[in-house]
Write a protein that binds this ligand. Structure first.
Ligand code: GLP
Length: 264
């Protein structure tokens, strides 16, 4: 894992935006894996700003979102499809037909999960997958005990996740307890993975992901198996890491290596 520790959430968002900007510059037809939650919002705002300034284009890109609430259609304000339209797609030059979010209103959700996997494969897989992390270490909606090689499927949410996400729902509003989520195996198949975490309330999960054992008890620890996972943290999210000075040292050396390679 490449562990990047930055001062604050704004720097994390800019770093993440750089990764997507560079990816699209290299290959305008890239397949991007996207995420919801509050963490990626600042990154999306930065991508919108860059798109409107003409420094990045999504006109040939395809996107696949990690997850969706089962039981909500895309017009529901709490659905992740609605979130993506509002937070990103409505403001950039992407062709909406090239954007994919698991269908929360599928008549046959089991079949819809298989179709979602097939669509990702037909697009030749995901180039860069963006991730956040839940306080219990979940990625997408892969809750603790998720199979480490799992594929897109219907998943029950933990009480912790339901409580964490209750802030988005009105008190009398129906809040789904089920989701469709890419599996951990699906996520690990992405050619590059970028996980963003900000704030001290993520520090325990971040510590478990990076320094704990590889275990289904912390689904994000599966990224230890990925050949190109970049973990981008602010000081708060990094605050419980034991080897923080070592990670900063590696990054400084990495910068020097990049400069050396560029000079050859
Ligand atoms: C939700 C999403 C995850 C996200 C997590 C953390 O449960 N399914 O993809 O990473 O919340 O969200 P936040 O960034 O708001 O802390």
């Amino acid at each position: 894992m490449q562990i990047v520790i930055l001062k604050n959430a704004a720097e994390v968002a800019a770093y993440g935006a750089d990764i997507f900007t560079q990816q699209l510059a290299r290959n305008p037809g890239s397949v991007l894996g996207l995420a919801t939650g509050s963490t990626p919002v600042a990154l999306y705002q930065e991508l919108i700003r860059r798109n409107q300034a003409g420094t990045v284009s999504f006109s040939k890109a395809k996107t696949f979102n990690l997850d969706e609430y089962l039981g909500l259609n895309g017009e529901h304000p709490q659905s992740y499809r609605y979130f993506m339209n509002e937070q990103l797609f409505n403001h950039i030059d992407i062709n909406k037909e090239n954007t994919h979010v698991p269908p929360g209103d599928a008549k046959n959700p089991i079949e819809a999960c298989k179709e979602y996997e097939a669509r990702i494969s037909a697009a030749d897989g995901i180039d860069v997958q963006l991730l956040g992390i839940g306080r219990n270490g979940h990625i997408g909606f892969n809750e603790p005990s998720s199979g480490l090689t799992s594929r897109t499927r219907v998943k029950t949410l933990t009480k912790a996740t339901i409580d964490d996400n209750a802030r988005f729902f009105a008190a009398d509003e129906y809040q789904p307890h089920l989701s469709i989520t890419m599996g951990i195996g699906t996520i690990l198949d992405a050619r590059k993975v970028v996980l963003l975490a900000t704030g001290e309330n993520k520090a325990d999960a971040v510590h478990a992901m990076i320094e704990g054992p590889l275990t289904a008890a912390c689904p994000a620890s599966a990224l230890q198996m990925h050949r190109h996972a970049v973990i981008v943290l602010d000081e708060g999210a990094a605050s419980k890491l034991k080897d923080i000075e070592f990670y900063k040292h590696i990054e400084a050396e990495n910068q020097k290596l990049q400069e050396y390679l560029a000079s050859l």
